[in-house]
Design a protein around this ligand. Structure first.
Ligand SMILES: *Cc1c(COP(=O)(O)O)cnc(C)c1O
Ligand code: SF4
Length: 368
């Protein structure tokens, strides 16, 4: 039995290894939202936490809470509110100008051929570094907003790829989720459906048989999940990813570099290996966005380059995500690379290899 569940299990039989609708709903219901419930685990001053969660809600489910080994460890920092969130006002609420790229409240349309469809404002845990801190857990998304989103996608023939996001789409009930997926699948110009979800990491029990058996009906369907630290890879999260992969769903991972959590080459490298071993292909490694309330997590440009350099060539290319920055003002994502081309002289290009050797490559025309 997971320590955090002790004493939080009265009146319910809760098996941390069962993956059914009842188990994930019970785990969610027992989430800590109130500072009073956190003190027995981590005694702290009320003034350090109450004003923070007035602005940015707290929700820590007992499964994720149980992954904490010590105060201030990488799991703790991702889920327990910190006074820095309100003390330091650096950044903007919406630095990516998502609201300006939003033709209807549930759609963010930045790229010509694909949209982000905001279908849920709830998550299995509220990440303190969330880049949609301004709205996750706060604004409501109802049937009206979802219907407007579907109509928007229907009337825009350029949209070939719909990315369900939020919040977390897998916090919807099966029925709600399958209704949305069916409506999207019925739109002939939409080819790819993607689901962005942190549930395999934060509430793996949500990946039930009924969910995976039904998701199969909507292929080509991809899932991008979100792990940030090797400590998040557990028997339960392994099982969740295995179930999805066995349903033929390609799994990607969007990891966020976070100061004090995972901003070290050794940690990221171990995470990438572990993701491959649970059949998740690293997709993006993000610099944290300059969102207000998250500045204590920001990582320097050079740090990201250093971490990326420790992956490229040192581990299989399968385990190397793209290092990206989401540009301000709606500019979209841009990949960032260390300089591998160090000199160009006419047709002679000098590269640096992964282990730091200078190697020339001549692009001269073949002799006739
Ligand atoms: C990230 C993102 C996407 C998807 O981008 P990909 O690079 O195709 O994964 C789509 N819309 C918005 C608004 C996004 O932020
Ligand atoms: S799961 Fe994603 S959307 Fe939800 S709080 Fe965490 S980062 Fe934000």
């Amino acid at each position: 039995m997971n320590i955090a569940l002790k004493g939080r299990n009265e009146g319910h039989f809760l098996d941390i290894n069962s993956f059914n609708d009842e188990s994930w709903r019970i785990i969610l219901k027992k989430s800590i939202r109130d500072p009073g419930e956190l003190y027995p685990f981590f005694p702290m001053d009320k003034a350090q936490i109450e004003p923070v969660i007035k602005r940015y809600p707290m929700k820590i489910n007992p499964y994720y809470l149980g992954l904490i080994k010590h105060r201030n460890d990488p799991i703790y920092k991702q889920c327990v509110p910190d006074i820095q969130e309100i003390k330091n006002s650096a950044g903007e609420d919406d630095p990516l100008s998502e609201e300006e790229s939003s033709p209807v409240p549930s759609i963010i349309h930045k790229y010509p051929d694909r949209v982000l469809f905001y279908v849920s404002n709830r998550c299995a845990m509220y990440c303190r570094f969330c880049n949609r801190k301004r709205k996750v857990g706060k604004i409501d998304i109802g049937k009206k907003e979802i219907d407007e989103g579907i109509s928007y996608i229907k009337s825009n023939r350029n949209i070939k790829d719909v990315l369900l996001s939020g919040g977390d789409p897998l916090l919807l009930s099966d029925r709600q989720l399958f209704d949305i997926l069916s409506c999207i699948r019925d739109i002939s110009h939409v080819n790819i459906i993607r689901v962005g979800t942190r549930v395999p990491c934060t509430l793996p029990h949500r990946i039930t048989d009924n969910l995976v058996n039904n998701l199969k009906r909507f292929h080509p369907l991809y899932i991008n999940t979100h792990f940030n630290h090797p400590m998040e890879i557990t028997p339960q999260s392994t099982q969740a990813c295995t179930r999805l992969a066995n349903a033929g769903i390609p799994l990607g991972c969007q990891t966020v570099l976070l100061k004090g959590v995972n901003d070290e080459p050794k940690i990221i490298k171990e995470l990438m290996y572990k993701l491959l071993s649970i059949r998740v292909r690293p997709y993006y490694l993000f610099y944290p966005d300059r969102v207000r309330g998250t500045s204590h997590f920001w990582v320097d440009f050079q740090k990201g380059i250093e971490i990326f350099s420790s992956l490229h060539g040192h581990i299989s290319g399968l385990g190397v995500p793209k290092l990206v920055i989401d540009l301000p003002g709606g500019g979209g994502k841009v990949p960032v690379y260390p300089e591998y081309v160090i000199e160009k002289k006419d047709t002679l290009i000098t590269f640096t290899s992964f282990d730091g050797k200078r190697i020339d490559y001549n692009f001269d025309k073949p002799k006739q």
